[in-house]
Design a protein around this ligand. Structure first.
Ligand code: ATP
Ligand code: MG
Ligand code: MG
Length: 353
């Protein structure tokens, strides 16, 4: 079997490691934090900083292929590793998806609809961007934001200066506020031979800016779901992508019908794809491992309707007494419960097909 190197030791790395293990593969987790949940599921580990060249070189020597579970892998780290072993998805996917502005420019260049936006490096830029886009609008850091951290909704011109000062790191991007009906996402996979398969779309609800539920099937027109899958496929082909990619969409009213705007992409397995482990012939974790190993992709067909619910903070304590026989819990083994921390999720089967 092969050894898959994984950068990042969070729950996504843990779930990738479990999926690889099921296929008889080893994983080697590289993460600076010794308390990472992924370390518990494999004996092969490196605890070191992402700029520790000796540790990175030893890691590259110990593995056959390298992937990652978070999009903020430093560019220098990606470059250093890619010179030694195949890095999948590639450094281009990382560079684009870790910078909201680069991401939006890339998507727009492929004729994929994104929110109207402007680069903001100064308060004067912000004033001009508000003139151009109107209010409300969403001011975001271009880098390092997640779970709504690193963004502010501007409703009033008077909000601008304080929001500009508060958001770090600069530069920022101002996006028009999209008055969406709902949010959906598609998890898509592409392998080394160019095979592409998409999972069904999930309908996502956020709570306190953190994903709360993903419901499948999404309550949208069948044509819209096909369109979302098509856009996701265009993105992975354009990136010459290998692995699983998450694509988040706003569903916006458009006359009698609805249209799609891409919010962001994530070059990794995605929280809104955790439902696949309960109800798909191949789940997103196995699909990512198959893709990065150069295997044929698995069938993503869905066997039941499902709602994935994140267990955030002490909600994890509702397991096992708060669940029933149609509910699959998946806990991440994190020892310290903190408010706002993703501790696990449950998949509730709502209808069997
Ligand atoms: P994630 O945890 O998904 O990576 P993030 O911090 O990268 O989140 P976004 O996905 O950009 O942030 O935004 C978080 C949420 O804020 C979106 O899912 C959406 O609900 C809302 N939002 C973001 N941008 C806009 C916008 N331009 N118009 C309306 N709502 C928005
Ligand atoms: Mg994001
Ligand atoms: Mg998002």
């Amino acid at each position: 079997g092969s050894t898959i190197g994984i950068l990042g030791g969070g729950q996504l790395g843990r779930m990738l490691s479990l999926a690889a293990s099921k296929l008889g593969m080893k994983t080697h987790i590289y993460c600076p934090d010794a308390n990472s949940p992924a370390f518990e599921v494999t004996p092969h580990k490196t605890v070191a900083a992402y700029d520790d060249e000796a540790a990175l070189a030893a890691f590259a020597d110990a593995v056959d292929v390298i992937t990652y579970e978070f999009e903020n892998v430093p560019a220098a780290t990606a470059e250093f590793l890619a010179a030694r072993k195949p890095l999948r998805p590639g450094a281009n996917a990382l560079a684009i998806s870790q910078d909201r502005l680069a991401e939006k420019s890339f998507l727009a260049s492929k004729n994929i609809p994104v929110a109207p936006h402007r680069a903001v490096e100064s308060l004067a830029d912000l004033e001009a961007a508000i003139d151009a886009l109107g209010l409300p609008a969403v001011l975001k850091t271009t880098r390092l934001g997640y779970d709504g951290k690193g963004q502010r909704v501007l409703r009033d011109r008077a909000d601008a200066a304080a929001a500009f000062a508060a958001l770090e790191p600069k530069p920022l991007v101002l996006e028009a506020f999209i008055p969406f009906d709902k949010e959906i996402s598609v998890v898509v996979a592409r392998n080394t031979t160019g095979e592409v398969r998409a999972f069904d779309a999930a309908e996502n609800v956020h709570r306190d800016h953190i994903l709360f539920t993903s419901t499948v099937p999404a309550d949208i027109a069948p044509g819209l779901e096909k369109h979302a899958a098509m856009l996701a496929k265009v993105i992975v082909v354009a990136l010459d992508y290998v692995g699983v990619l998450g694509v988040e969409f706003f569903v916006v009213p458009s006359g009698e019908r609805q249209a799609l705007v891409v919010n962001e992409i994530a070059p990794r397995v995605h929280n809104s794809g955790h439902w696949t482990e309960a109800v798909c012939l191949t789940d997103q974790f196995e699909q990512h491992i198959r893709a990065v190993l150069g295997w044929p992709l698995g069938d993503p067909a869905r066997m039941a309707d499902v709602v994935m619910e994140n267990l955030v903070g002490d909600e994890v304590l509702t397991v096992p007494t708060g669940i029933d026989g149609n509910t699959q819990p998946h806990l991440y083994g994190k020892t310290e419960i903190r408010a706002g921390r993703k501790m696990g999720h449950i998949n509730k089967i709502t209808r069997r097909s």
